[in-house]
Design a protein around this ligand. Structure first.
Ligand SMILES: Nc1nc2c(ncn2[C@@H]2O[C@H](COP(=O)(O)OP(=O)(O)OP(=O)(O)O)[C@@H](O)[C@H]2O)c(=O)[nH]1
Ligand SMILES: [Mg+2]
Length: 188
């Protein structure tokens, strides 16, 4: 059987305009948000950090420039899918400090035959595309969406397997805690 790779990708190409300074560098519990998200992925065959060239140094992660700089996390996904080996990509925003290895394991375990993306539902039932699995077979579809003017990341959730919050809450209660402003930083 053909072995598929498992890759990790962090997207950090945003402007942090609501935060007021680069939120990836914000320190929480003594470490940068960037380092925290990075170290909470399970082991992966490839690890890429999508961000403007030279903005970050993250040992063990391959720096990857945006294919369409400034066009948002859907464009970041295009870059990640294009650079990762064929298989599944764990794709996360840099501003989700509550993610854990168990969260990724829960998504990976939820994969079904035919699914090309896997995303959790939050406590309100909203799908969460910024901490989700995408299969590299979506490359062409994601580029086509961008070419057509689409910029919402959730549009990339094609052939999606959804994971109910009840299946995620125990493993990762803070999974979708999102840092947009300094007030969102959890107190250490
Ligand atoms: N690669 C890449 N990532 C992006 C881009 N825009 C936003 N992101 C990332 O997508 C995630 C969610 O985006 P936002 O929460 O809007 O972050 P942001 O755009 O930096 O912040 P705001 O300027 O306040 O909207 C963060 O991890 C961002 O770094 C982009 O153009 N390219
Ligand atoms: Mg933004």
């Amino acid at each position: 059987m053909h072995e598929e790779a498992l890759s990790a990708a962090i997207t950090a190409g945003g402007r942090s305009s609501r935060f007021g300074s680069d939120k990836a560098l914000a320190v929480i519990s003594g470490e940068r948000l960037l380092d925290r998200v990075a170290r909470r992925f399970p082991p992966a065959d490839a690890r890429v950090l999508v961000a403007p060239p030279g903005r970050y140094v993250l040992p063990g992660w391959t720096p990857l420039p945006d294919t369409r700089p400034g066009e948002g996390p859907l464009a970041g996904l295009e870059a990640a899918l294009g650079a990762c080996p064929d298989g599944w990509v764990m794709y996360a925003g840099v501003d989700l400090p509550g993610l854990t290895p168990a969260y990724w394991a829960a998504l990976l375990n939820a994969r079904t035959a035919g699914a090309r993306s896997v995303a959790g539902l939050d406590a309100s039932g909203h799908v969460q595309p910024l901490a989700a699995l995408y299969h590299t077979s979506l490359r062409g579809a994601v580029s086509a969406l961008l070419d057509a003017g689409e910029r919402r990341l959730r549009a990339a959730l094609l052939d999606v397997q959804q994971v109910p919050w009840a299946s995620l809450e125990a493993q990762c209660p803070d999974a979708y805690r999102n840092v947009n402003t300094p007030a969102d930083l959890p107190d250490a």
